[in-house]
Design a protein around this ligand. Structure first.
Ligand code: GRF
Length: 198
């Protein structure tokens, strides 16, 4: 069996990355080939190494506003890893059109809201402020538009009285860890029909 190769991009703790890596065993159609961070101190790097996944760091800071120069470096380890699929998992930089187009149809992202609601940051506080009864997370294909692109799956949580942005974030994160592996497994097998988890 030939496995799809998955490069996972992170910026922080990497809990979603860990849930993806742990899922890719047995009859799963994919295997992790790289964990790549734009932050040298991302906690997820040690977790990837512990799991035996090759890691790389491309720090964005030396490039300042020069996104093209940064992305020209960022893409190198991904191409070297021969990734078939790129999974953004808490990767906190916006990628330009030029980069995204090179992985069109094979790049995924997880976003902590029920898209199309609340693209961008502070999603939990915004769901609370809007008085939403439910909130959640979305896995979608990445296109040139931020937090846009075909939805591949959504997982829901109830917003309870007394929830804060922090409690909502942890409830949603639990769902992220279930949703992303399920979507990736289906995606790697060629199934792009959206799923819903409640
Ligand atoms: C997650 O909520 C993800 O959706 C995001 O940032 C958080 C990253 O968490 N945008 P982790 O690095 O996967 O633990």
């Amino acid at each position: 069996m030939s496995f799809k190769r998955v490069a996972i991009l992170i910026s922080g703790g990497g809990s979603n990355m860990v849930s993806l890596v742990q899922s890719m065993t047995g009859d799963h159609p994919a295997r992790p080939c790289l964990v790549l961070s734009n932050q040298a101190d991302a906690g997820g790097l040690a977790k990837a190494e512990a799991a035996g996944v090759p890691t790389a760091v491309v720090d964005h800071r030396p490039y300042g506003q020069d996104r093209a120069a940064f992305e020209a470096e960022l893409i190198k380890p991904i191409l070297e890893s021969q990734a078939d699929i790129v999974s953004l998992a808490g990767f906190m930089l916006v990628l330009t059109d030029g980069f995204v187009s090179q992985f069109q149809g094979r790049m995924l992202n997880i976003h902590p809201s029920l898209l199309p609601k609340y693209t961008g940051l502070n999603t939990h506080a915004r769901a609370l402020a809007a008085g939403d009864a439910e909130h959640g997370c979305t896995v979608h294909e990445v296109t040139a538009v931020l937090d846009d692109g075909p939805i591949l799956g959504q997982a829901f949580v109830d917003v309870d009285p007394g929830d804060t942005a922090a409690t909502l974030a942890s409830k949603v994160l639990v769902q992220e860890h279930k949703l992303y592996p399920q979507v990736l497994r289906r995606y790697a097998a060629g199934d792009r029909k959206p799923i819903e988890l409640r």
